[in-house]
Design a protein around this ligand. Structure first.
Ligand code: GDP
Ligand code: MG
Length: 190
């Protein structure tokens, strides 16, 4: 049993968004369980994971939600037949979230071009003061790179987002992304 729940000082919710296949689920399993899966299956519906983090003398429980990008829309096809259903489902995913990790794949240009669409959704459904980190994942595949680091970084700056390149495979910067987000959320709520 986990007695940590009662001792935890803060609980934050954050969401993972981005096209399917960019590595959202592997970033989450790397952060939450230090696991990576080469054959990972598409996420069905919504999953979430927790991790406890210490910032100063405070214990923070981070609840991170992972969804299925475009699959979300297929999975909920029935409800999506009407605009009302889509809005209800999308807003429940974002409800109460203080942070978002918006992921693209540096080897898949289209996933970077879709970042703009994800930001629109985020700004429509997310809260006013969300901390957003733009993440260019799969930086271990530098030989197949289709998005330069400077490009992602420059875009993040113009949009007021934090930015990092990561590799869920090589475990590069994964911890840093989540810690940066959680620390910022914590300081914003102070
Ligand atoms: P999701 O659809 O965004 O949740 O993406 P997944 O986490 O399911 O990953 C999609 C595919 O990309 C899987 O085959 C993963 O093994 C692979 N993948 C994820 N992260 C990385 C990474 O950092 N480097 C490499 N080389 N492959 C990755
Ligand atoms: Mg997934």
């Amino acid at each position: 049993a986990d007695t940590f729940d009662e001792e935890c000082d803060f609980l934050f919710k954050a969401v993972l968004i981005g096209d399917s296949g960019v590595g959202k689920s592997n970033l989450l399993s790397r952060f939450a369980k230090d696991e990576f899966r080469l054959d990972s299956k598409p996420t069905i519906g919504v999953e979430f994971a927790y991790r406890n983090i210490k910032v100063g003398d405070k214990l923070i429980k981070a609840q991170i939600w992972d969804t299925a990008g475009q699959e979300r829309q297929k999975y909920y096809a029935a409800e999506l037949n009407n605009e009302h259903g889509f809005r209800a489902i999308t807003s429940s995913y974002y409800r109460g979230a203080s942070g978002a990790v918006l992921v693209y794949d540096i080897t898949m240009r289209s996933s970077y071009e879709n970042v703009r669409k994800w930001l629109l959704e985020l700004r429509e459904f997310g809260g006013e003061e969300m901390v957003v980190v733009l993440v260019g994942n799969k930086c271990d595949l530098d030989q197949s790179r289709e998005v330069e680091k400077e490009e992602g970084k420059g875009y993040a700056e113009t949009e007021g987002l934090c930015f990092m390149e990561t590799s869920a495979l090589k475990n590069l910067n994964v911890e840093e992304v989540f810690l940066q987000m959680i620390t910022r959320i914590y300081h914003m709520t102070r």
